[in-house]
Design a protein around this ligand. Sequence first.
Ligand SMILES: N[C@@H](CCOP(=O)(O)O)C(=O)O
Length: 473
Amino acid sequence: MSPDRYVSTRGRAPEVDFVEALLRGIAPDGGLYMPAAWPVLPADAAASGQTYAAIARAAMVPYLGTALPDGALDRALAKLVAGFETAETTPMVRLEDDLWMLELFHGPTAAFKDLAMQLAASLADEALAASGERLTLVTATSGDTGAAAVNAFANKARIDLIVLHPLDRVSPIQRRQMTTIDADNVLNLAIEGDFDDCQRLVKGLLADETLRERGRFSSVNSINWARLAGQIPYYVSAVAQMAAQGETRPPRFVVPTGNFGDAFAGVAARRMGLPVAGFVAAVNSNDALARAINDGIYARKAAVETASVSMDVQAPSNFERLVFEASGRNPAATRDLFETFAATGSVTLPTDLLAAIRAEVSAVSIDEATTRTEIAHAHSAWGQVVCPHTAVALAAARALPAIDGPTVVLATAHPAKFGRDVGDVLGFAPEPCRVIRDLGDRPERMTVIAGTLEAALDAVRGFGSQTASASRQ
Ligand SMILES: N[C@@H](CCOP(=O)(O)O)C(=O)O
């Protein structure tokens, strides 16, 4: 069993290497790829004083094996860190003695998604240049993933990118980050529906045989293992940064959660040997994950609109990876559970599975009023202007019982991406960072379509002609 081989959570697909997992996105049996074994972090991986690139290299090399050209990861990491505005890439702020905030929003679209998306784009580019193939990517977004994907994949010669966002349910800045980029290889579709409709359409597009003639077809949502691999390093970096300040007790991480990809990357880091006291998934009123973990019933409900829009997710795709891992990597049990969920919208988790899930992660749901109160509290108590997603996690963290160790809250997006909601609470608009100021007032390009597979198929078939593709090579 090797960490550079990938198995499907549903057990009915052949093993693949990293490049295949990246370029396929989802396994042919409908499952998600998982490394066949967990690699072990080098003993000094989280020692203080290392650069982000060095930490990321150590954490990610075992997952890539020899699937990519020599030096591909180093080139991708060099480009990644050059695109960030802070020397530490993911700096930390100590809010209180035992409460820290890990800032993941200093990249080109001011959200944590940049950390993995920039790497995925560089690595996909290298893989396709080596094989001579073309790739079409489809991606569902509730705001941040789409922006990060458009920035990372715009004008890549061998790649077309189609982004589906729920019409009028992303923030104006998030929408403009997607729609104002000047790139013929990007198609923005605004779906009449919610994020879960977008996610359902992406799965439908990926399963459609008639689109195969376009070449390879994949997704850069966090169903793609490459997205998770690129999110593992910042957990290691957090432990290293705290060690540099004399804090060596294992931390508890509180992760604002939508699709559970960010949190599962943390679970992976712990599996690799990172000392972690626990994980808490902090969700907004879209609480399917919290209900599953706390009540033992995983059940879909209609999504509600919240200020933390990127977390307006009712069927978190990476819950499948958690179930696979917590079931002792049992593909039959995982398959049964998610096939039943797909058919009925509700499953009761078996008692032993639920206990194993709870050993990995706990979950807290934070309502809108508390989120607003927390935005105000972060400003009055610590002088921090935080985005609604970060506020959800801070509120969850402050409600938790104390532990003998630090609690680290992941700050996932810059507050200016959500200026209206944050400004509404604080009475002033958050200061935009450079990448948001640079958006300017360029015209927007997007197509509004109904939330049906037929409408999505029509839009995709009409996009990215061979002629246009050839002219970009
Ligand atoms: N939070 C997301 C939803 C998609 O998440 P992903 O991590 O699976 O790409 C967003 O901002 O779009």
